[in-house]
Design a binder for this molecule. Structure first.
Ligand code: GDP
Ligand code: MG
Length: 673
């Protein structure tokens, strides 16, 4: 398999394969530790891709074999577990490759370790590798098969006993703490003849084992411990493979059952032997155990388990988070485009649950404390990622819900501004409910997120818009009233001014007063839907009255343009001077009192001009709301300033004079005919 074993150095996989001998795809074995005492980088690949055990959780077993060189260990393993470990060639007697080999038993989630080259004792070499492989086997295997010839039993000073002494010492070093798993020592007596019954051999062995145990220097607190506190023992004899071929096969089959058949009362793998390393963490665990052993550092299993838990939980987290991130990353661009994703919360909640489940499934098998800590970290990590989306969603939601509010309000005000307060409230409620429901749907159930601040901003902005809309609507109402007021005043004023009755101002002000009474009534009615306070309504009424006063001023001002005034005076004058009492045009005859008629008509017109000069009514005739308003200017009662009045009178007089001369001439002309 092509692997990246993660040291960053890109050792080509070709070179790696050359170095590690067994990467033949057809070969089910793996050299776990080579002659240079290096640990394989391929164990995870083998376990996952070739042996398919990494997803087994705790449902797998590990067995190792221990014993002198050439005692048929590999032969035994191959026979029991269907493996293909190297067997020393009988004729050539060549040495098999040193190291620790691992393979998977046929038809069972069982890892089998074959330890080669533990023969230093016999060959006078140092026992370094023997000790290391014993440590390694005890740290990871549930069952250690101790393989020996029958004739080695009882040789207390023989190589085997030295080996066992090593195993015991090493065990004490590894499993000092309380509740440590026991290990099964399974003695397989080879070339068993039966001449000495098995029970006797067993008793002899136990006696020797007790003796070794008694001779060990035990760590503090363990002085009185017994061998049974740490080990359980199993025994089996196997006849000579060549001289008793048939019974060898039969006994081998029986022995095999003890490793395969869970129903067999002598089934070897008791749960108490399990080292509690989840299968997916086994490669890393085995590797770090070996590294510790090789570098001669203290091998403290609980610490190793914690480290493994950290490593694996991080690893699981990384893988699961990657999947989680793949699931959620699609939302980002959509959110950035300003969309409100109403389904997002439901979906991300599912991804979150799924990811957490996946993390729990693998992670919960590891050290509880570490797992819980990492779980919290994982939850936090996912929540943080989702919170970014949540905030972005709220930002989009804010805009969207405001639009909704605006649209709804505009729509309902399309016809008119009646029931303004209710319409406003409806629109607000709808927008707020929408905001709340999407917000709630987006929030991660487990998380403790607050939307208060965002919602407050949202409400504030609605308030602002509402206030603006209200002002606009009220302005519209006042505007429509202005049209009403102007329409009510313009014509009557023009007519009255044209007629110029003596009480012209009283009548104009009467018309004005009637208009504002009517306008106030309309205003109050239109404002009734605004839910305004009496104070607000009163202020509007006051504004309307001042506005009306302004309209009156403007209307009068327009009617008092110079030409219009002169026109009216002339009209008045001509009505008297050029027409008689019956309204017929006068034809002056000699002897007519032109002078008298002229001065009468001119005085009348002149009186009119004086009448026009100011709004000649007592202030009390006006609504006190107007006269008492600070915006009211008493000078506004003056229509024509004295100077202006004088100018207009002069202009009119000159025009009248011309008409007078014309009248005189007309007589001369008629007389002359
Ligand atoms: P290992 O070095 O302990 O793994 O031993 P091997 O499995 O390589 O076997 C060493 C030699 O012993 C080989 O020549 C085997 O044929 C032989 N052998 C295997 N099983 C037995 C057995 O039960 N009795 C005897 N006498 N020889 C055996
Ligand atoms: Mg061997």
């Amino acid at each position: 398999p092509d692997v990246d074993y993660g040291d960053g150095e890109h050792t080509s996989s070709e070179a790696l394969k050359k170095k590690w001998l067994t990467l033949d795809p057809e070969d089910p074995r793996l050299q776990a530790v080579n002659e240079e005492q290096e640990f394989t980088p391929f164990l995870l690949d083998y376990m996952r891709d070739k042996w398919h055990v990494t997803d087994q959780g705790f449902d797998y077993n590990v067995v190792a074999v221990f014993g002198s060189q050439s005692t048929g260990k590999s032969t035994l393993l191959n026979r029991l577990f269907g493996t293909n470990f190297d067997v020393m060639n009988e004729t050539a007697r060549q040495q098999t490759t040193k190291g620790i080999w691992v393979s998977k038993a046929a038809d069972r989630s069982l890892l089998v370790l074959d330890v080669e080259g533990t023969d230093g004792r016999e060959r006078g070499e140092d026992q370094d590798f023997e000790r290391k492989s014993a440590l390694f086997s005890l740290a990871i295997a549930e069952v250690l098969i101790i393989n020996m010839w029958e004739h080695q039993v009882g040789l207390y000073n023989g190589a085997n006993m030295g080996l066992l002494k090593t195993v015991f010492e090493v065990n004490l070093q590894l499993f000092q703490q309380k509740g440590s798993p026991k290990t099964c020592l399974f003695f397989v007596i080879r070339d068993f003849t039966g001449a000495t019954p098995m029970e006797n051999l067993q008793a002899t062995l136990m006696k020797d084992l007790e003796k070794i145990w008694a001779g060990l220097v035990k760590p503090a607190g363990k002085e009185s411990s017994s061998i049974g506190d740490f080990f359980e023992f199993n025994f089996a004899g196997l006849p000579h493979k060549i001289y008793a071929r048939e019974s060898f096969e039969a006994e081998a089959q029986k022995l095999k059952n003890r490793f395969y058949d869970k129903q067999d009362p002598a089934f070897t793998f008791k749960p108490v032997f399990h080292k509690h390393i989840p299968a997916d963490g086994f490669p890393k665990f085995a590797e770090s155990i070996w590294e510790k052993i090789v570098s001669n550092r203290d091998l403290d299993l609980p610490t190793q388990q914690q480290l493994l838990a950290q490593y694996r939980c991080d690893e699981i987290m990384r893988v699961v988070y990657e999947g989680f991130n793949d699931n959620i990353k699609g939302y980002r661009s959509q959110l950035e485009a300003g969309k409100v994703l109403e389904e997002m919360g439901r979906e991300t909640e599912q991804y979150y649950r799924k990811a957490l489940e996946a993390f729990d499934k693998d992670g919960s098998r590891y050290n509880k404390e570490v797992y819980e800590k990492k779980r919290a970290e994982f939850v936090d990590k996912m929540a943080t990622a989702l919170h970014v989306y949540y905030v972005q969603q709220l930002r989009n939601l804010h805009k969207r819900a405001l639009n909704l509010f605006n649209e709804k309000l505009t729509e309902s005000l399309k016809a008119d501004d009646s029931d303004f307060a209710r319409k406003l409230n409806d629109a607000r409620e709808q927008a707020e409910a929408y905001y709340r429901s999407v917000e709630e749907g987006t929030r991660l159930k487990d998380a403790n997120w607050s939307s208060d601040e965002y919602f407050f901003q949202f409400k504030t902005e609605i308030d602002e818009i509402a206030a603006r809309k209200r002002t606009e609507a009220m302005e519209r109402i006042v505007k429509s009233l202005e049209r009403f007021i102007a329409g009510n005043l313009t014509e009557p004023i023009e007519v009255l001014l044209n007629d110029g009755p003596i009480d012209v101002w009283t009548r104009i002000i009467d018309a004005f007063n009637d208009t504002i009474v009517e306008a106030e009534e309309k205003l109050r009615k239109r404002l009734s839907g605004f839910n305004s306070s009496e104070q607000e309504v009163a202020a509007s009424v006051q504004d309307m009255k001042m506005e009306a006063w302004g309209i009156l001023q403007k209307t009068i001002h327009d009617e008092f343009a110079d030409v219009k005034v002169i026109e009216r005076l002339r009209h008045k004058f001509e009505g008297k001077f050029r027409y008689d009492e019956a309204g017929l045009p006068r034809v002056w005859k000699p002897g007519d009192d032109i002078d008298g008629q002229f001065s009468k008509a001119r005085d009348e017109a002149d009186n009119l001009s004086v009448l026009y000069s100011k709004i000649d009514v007592p202030l009390s005739k006006l609504d006190s709301a107007i006269t008492e308003d600070e915006r009211f200017d008493p000078h506004s009662m003056v229509v024509l300033s004295p100077a202006k009045l004088q100018t207009l009178r002069d202009r009119f007089k000159r025009e009248a004079d011309l008409l007078f001369v014309e009248a005189k001439r007309s007589i001369v002309v008629t007389t002359a005919k």
